[in-house]
Structures are given as C-alpha cells and as structure tokens.
Design a protein around this ligand. Structure first.
Ligand code: NAG
Ligand code: NAG
Ligand code: NAG
Ligand code: NAG
Ligand code: NAG
Length: 322
C-alpha cells in the first residue's frame, strides 16, 4: 500500500513536474498542413524511427512568437509556403502554452511568462538538437526561422550550441522581439554569431521589434529615423495595444518573408552603412551592393540593407524598391 502511494506520488511528480519544457513540442509535417506528428522536445529524436525525414531535403524549423499558435496566421503562412514547395522537411516548434497569455494582462504575460520561457527553451533545445543530430538530422542542412520571441529562442540555442562546438548554418530572425532582449548581452539574444549566417528583417523597430542590428545582414524595409516605423498599409491612427492593427508592422516581417520565399528576388535590399547614407545614395550607389531577402549567402556583404515595399502583397518592388 505504502509502496503504491509512493509509486503514485513519484509518477505524479514525474508527470507534472518532469520539466519546464513539458509543453514544448516539435511538430513534423508530412505532405500537408493538417497531416503531422508531434513529439515533446525531449523525445523529438524519435521522429527518426519513422519515415518522415527525407535526407535529400533541407530541413526548415519555424518558431512562433508571443501568443503564437499552430493555426495562427504567421505559422500557417510560413509552413504552407514551404509545404507547397515540396523541397524541405518542414517542422514547427510548437511552444503554444509557454508563449501564451497566462497572466492577468498581456504585458505581464510577456514579461513574466513568455519571455522567460523563450530564454529557457533556447537552452533546453540544445540537448534536443544534439539528439536530433545523432539520430540523423544534418544540422548543416537545417534552417531555423523565428518570429519575435521565436527569433531569440534560436539565437540563444545557437549561442549555446557554439559552446558545445556546433555551429548552425542559418538562422532567420523575423522582427526579433525588443522588450526583455534588446539590452541584454549578446549571449542572451539573437546576434550575428548565433549561426554562420544570420539574416534579420526589422519591420517594427522602436516598438515590438529590435532597433539594433542583430544579424550578419539586417534588412530595414521602409525604415525611418525617428520613432516607430509604420509599414505602408498599416493604420496610421492610435490603436489598442496588442490589437491586430497594433501588430501590423511587427507582422509584416513574416509577410515579407513569405513573399521572399515564394517569389525570390522580388524583395531586394541595398547595402549602406546606415539609413542617412542610403537616403543620400545615387541610383548607382543603390545598385552597387544588393541582397535578396530570404537567401542564405555566406559571401554577402555583412551589414545593413534598406528597401521600400508596396503596401500589400505581393510586397516586392524588385530593383525599384532599392
Ligand atoms: C499523412 O502522411 C502519411 C505519410 O506520408 C501518409 O501515409 C498518410 O496517408 C497521410 N494521412 C492523410 C490523412 O493524408
Ligand atoms: C554556409 O556555410 C555553412 C557552414 O559552413 C554551410 O553549412 C552552408 O551550406 C553554407 N551555405 C551556403 C548557401 O553556402
Ligand atoms: C558541418 O559543417 C561544418 C563546417 O562547415 C563541418 O565541420 C562539419 O563536419 C559538418 N557536419 C556535418 C554533419 O556534415
Ligand atoms: C498579427 O499577428 C497576430 C498574431 O499572430 C494576429 O492575431 C493578428 O491578426 C495579426 N494582424 C495582422 C494585421 O496581420
Ligand atoms: C551625400 O552624397 C554626396 C554626393 O555623393 C556626398 O558628397 C556627401 O558626402 C553625402 N552625404 C552623406 C551624409 O553621406
């Protein structure tokens, strides 16, 4: 009897409290958005006991942001884009519960729940990815994409993998979150050394997104010098905090990214030391050093890239946006 109680207690403790990662999962998609299998991050390597992985393909893994859900617009848009291409093994880091609004207000949910969870997850995922690599995942053919807090999850994981002697090839940050990260030291956020190539699209600097360069290359669509950037097409009137309209510029990063993947070369940035320099460029200057969004180019010129876009999809203006 006592033994049973003991075993039961042990079982409950193990189930309830085994890890703070208990709800973070990797969702592995088969050929369509609704056909997938999920493993907790501590068991994710088991996917290699199935026929899911196609070794001739690259693997793309997306991490959503604060209040993100697997059926939300960012996840749906990006995952379906890659599934449609049929060129990648497609995965979602589903950390819905850990990213959710658990507290009385959205602000305190972000500060006291989602952001600390993102930091921890970045560290926990190191073991996950080492196990995945041992099971058969070629990290050199793996591309990690993160929106907002998700960008820092991959950045922190990359920083910690580096300490274990593993360098990731490619992290894409879609408007990496500013609050709780911008002023931390580089080890605790996405930074240019988190992977061999880090590309960042900043669509909401000075507000939800970072205003400091944080990649090998940083794209600044529709940038302006003072105050938050209002992306074209986003409402120019006061809107409630965290409302869909309020997130319009922050969301634009993944919307631009989808276009960059679907229509390569339609979104191109022009390299410049800073915005003032770019504004002062002649046409020849603007075309001197360019880089398309959404492309891993280890030989690209590091630094800042500027461009303008249209107000709605398809956003790209090609060389007219330089
Ligand atoms: C899901 O994908 C698997 C593997 O490709 C396939 O065998 C299965 O039939 C698919 N299920 C549905 C409902 O499409
Ligand atoms: C960039 O470099 C990394 C690490 O050396 C390599 O794995 C990756 O394939 C390279 N990517 C391209 C597009 O050359
Ligand atoms: C990945 O690339 C690095 C550097 O380019 C290389 O040292 C390492 O052996 C590669 N790993 C695999 C599994 O190919
Ligand atoms: C922005 O993203 C959030 C979260 O994914 C979503 O709820 C909202 O509807 C989006 N807003 C726009 C304008 O796309
Ligand atoms: C602006 O461009 C002109 C002509 O190319 C150059 O002389 C000047 O130094 C530039 N100013 C800045 C701030 O880059």
């Amino acid at each position: 009897m006592n033994a049973c109680v003991f075993v039961l207690c042990f079982f409950l403790i193990t189930v309830c409290c085994s890890a703070n990662d208990r709800d973070a999962k990797l969702r592995f998609y088969f050929d369509s958005f609704n056909n997938f299998t999920e493993f907790s991050i501590s068991e994710a390597h088991k996917i290699f006991q199935t026929s899911w992985h196609k070794p001739d393909r690259n693997t793309v893994i997306l991490a959503h942001g604060f209040t993100g859900i697997p059926t939300g617009p960012a996840v749906t848009g990006i995952i379906e884009t890659y599934l449609d291409q049929e060129e990648s093994n497609v995965v979602l880091l589903n950390w819905e519960y850990l990213a959710s609004a658990q507290m009385a207000s959205l602000a305190s949910s972000y500060v006291n729940w989602a952001a600390p969870n993102a930091r921890q997850l970045g560290v926990y995922l190191v073991d996950t990815f080492i196990s995945l690599a041992e099971a058969g995942l070629n990290l050199n053919k793996t591309h990690l994409i993160g929106h907002s807090l998700g960008a820092h999850i991959w950045g922190i994981m990359g920083n910690n993998l580096l300490l274990r002697g593993i360098e990731l090839p490619w992290i894409t940050g879609l408007d990496p979150a500013a609050a709780g990260f911008e002023r931390r030291n580089p080890a605790e956020k996405l930074n240019p050394r988190s992977a061999v190539f880090v590309d960042v699209i900043h669509t909401d600097p000075n507000k939800y997104g970072m205003r400091t360069s944080s990649g090998t290359v940083d794209f600044w669509p529709n940038f302006k010098l003072i105050g938050p950037v209002k992306q074209p097409g986003c409402p120019n009137k006061p809107v409630p905090v965290f409302s869909s309209d309020d997130l319009c510029s922050h969301n634009r990063s993944w919307q631009l990214y989808i276009d960059a993947v679907k229509q390569p070369g339609t979104l191109i940035g022009s390299h410049a030391k800073n915005y003032r320099t770019w504004k002062n460029y002649s046409v020849v200057d603007r075309n001197a050093v360019t880089l398309p969004l959404g492309k891993c180019d280890n030989n690209s010129r590091p630094g800042n890239y500027y461009l303008v876009t249209k107000a709605e999809a398809p956003y790209g203006l090609g060389i007219d946006g330089l």
